[in-house]
Design a protein around this ligand. Structure first.
Ligand code: ATP
Ligand code: PH2
Length: 203
């Protein structure tokens, strides 16, 4: 017969469970029952950019605990944050997910997908086969440098805001306000929709 664990157990091998562990397990349980909405930004400026973005969408959908609910139109965009003309243009898009993964596991999965597409990390904002950034995760706000939420630069990037607004015109960036208003504040120069290209939503 198994005895339920109690704090006052007389079994000397049974240790009390630290409150921090109980808290984390409870949080994981509640996330499992209540999938969260997350938004990820996809970017590629090396290799077959469209194929890579589609591969990233498919890989996210193939992940237990992730469902891709919507994918945006594809934009061709001038590289942001670097010397003009120093890198090939990007293809960018946004995917809206429902996930039972906690934020840290979603980041791990995003980075594994980047690696599967041979992403190398050398210089900051260097050219890349694939970038998967977590733009937002429900209402979560965090200044942890490993995973800052919302993404600390999303509000200034038309290559994130424009496709996000296309798939969810009512979207809000936690702590920053409506995406529509943020989009009015940034330049859309060099951010061009490519209606001839399309990402498929996995079936
Ligand atoms: N919201 C987030 N999404 C993805 N990575 C994040 C986030 N917040 C912090 N990071 C951290 O940023 C680190 C660098 O990520 P990455 O190399 O993708 O940056 P980048 O895409 O070149 O630049 P940027 O962060 O400006 O988009 C990652 O190792 C990750 O731990
Ligand atoms: N146009 C564009 N510029 C960028 C992008 C990107 O995805 N698109 N990603 C960066 C680092 O995340 C830096 N600069």
């Amino acid at each position: 017969m198994t005895r339920p664990f109690t704090q006052g157990s007389t079994d000397p091998t049974v240790q009390p469970v630290p409150a921090s562990v109980v808290e984390r397990v409870d949080a994981a349980d509640s996330t499992l029952q209540n999938p969260k909405r997350a938004v990820v930004s996809l970017g590629a400026n090396l290799g077959n950019r469209l194929e890579t973005l589609q591969g990233a969408v498919d890989a996210l959908e193939d992940t237990p605990g992730i469902r891709v609910k919507a994918v945006s139109p594809v934009y061709e965009t001038e590289p942001w944050g670097v010397e003009p003309g120093s890198q090939p243009s990007y293809f960018n898009a946004v995917a809206v997910l429902k996930t039972t993964l906690p934020p840290s596991s979603l980041l791990e999965r995003a980075q594994a997908v980047e690696e599967a597409f041979h992403r190398v990390r050398d210089e900051r904002w260097g050219p890349r086969t694939l970038d998967v950034d977590i733009v937002s995760y429900a209402e979560v706000r965090s200044d942890d440098p490993q995973l800052t939420l919302p993404h600390p630069r999303a509000h200034e990037r038309a290559f994130v805001l424009a496709p996000w607004h296309d798939v969810d015109p009512e979207a809000e960036l936690p702590g920053r306000g409506p995406v529509a208003a943020l989009l009015d504040e940034v330049t859309r120069q060099g951010v061009t929709q490519r209606p001839d290209l399309e990402l498929r939503l996995p079936e």
